[in-house]
Design a protein around this ligand. Structure first.
Ligand code: SAM
Length: 177
């Protein structure tokens, strides 16, 4: 399954940290790419530094127009999943989504245009209370992949964590500079 994320909208400065965290969750929970508006170019640099240190080739792509991304994906049979507290409950739909092959997950910042609801194949809620795009995305990605995303090894990492119950164990690969 190919998983990509589309971040719609961003309030200048106020949403910088949230958008960075949406990108970090996308990468750490198994998505390969995030599309977002170029409100703050530093977010892309941050993710490139994370790739360099912790591995993998997660991509941040700046876009001008979310509608053309959605239309292009739909043309290529990618299923669009929009996260919204008004959507179908995740418990009712996770089985079905797990069987899709390629998906694009849409998360909002402020009020999401009506058209997103209409263009989406699935409008999905993670509970019907308002919370955050970061938590909604993490729960959805975990439900879709049933925890398997954490078994994936990130390639070419400079630093790799050896999980331990006591303190911190990190292997540093000095050949990757
Ligand atoms: N008030 C905005 C609206 O009407 O769309 C929502 C703003 S919320 C802070 C930002 C994003 O978090 C939403 O666009 C949605 O993607 C996600 N979100 C928040 N709560 C959610 C929930 N219970 N289920 C699914 N997604 C949620």
């Amino acid at each position: 399954m190919t998983i990509e994320v589309l971040r719609i909208g961003q309030r200048v400065v106020r949403d910088d940290r949230v958008t960075t965290h949406v990108a970090l969750v996308s990468r750490a929970f198994g998505a390969s790419k995030i599309f977002m508006n170029e409100v703050n170019p530093e977010i892309k640099e941050t993710l490139e530094k994370i790739n360099k240190t912790w591995g993998g080739d997660f991509v941040v792509e700046f876009i001008e127009n979310w509608k053309s991304v959605l239309k292009e994906k739909k043309k290529n049979s990618v299923k669009i999943i929009h996260l919204t507290m008004y959507g179908t409950e995740i418990n009712q739909i996770d089985d079905k989504i797990q069987n899709e092959s390629d998906i694009l997950i849409v998360v909002g910042a402020e009020k999401v245009p009506r058209e997103i609801y209409e263009l989406s194949d699935y409008n999905v809620s993670i509970g019907n209370q308002p919370h955050s795009e970061i938590s909604a995305l993490a729960v959805l990605l975990d439900r879709i992949q049933k925890g398997k995303q954490f078994d994936v090894k990130f390639s070419n990492a400079k630093r790799e964590i050896i999980p331990t119950n006591e303190g911190k164990r990190v292997v540093v690969n000095k050949t990757r500079d």
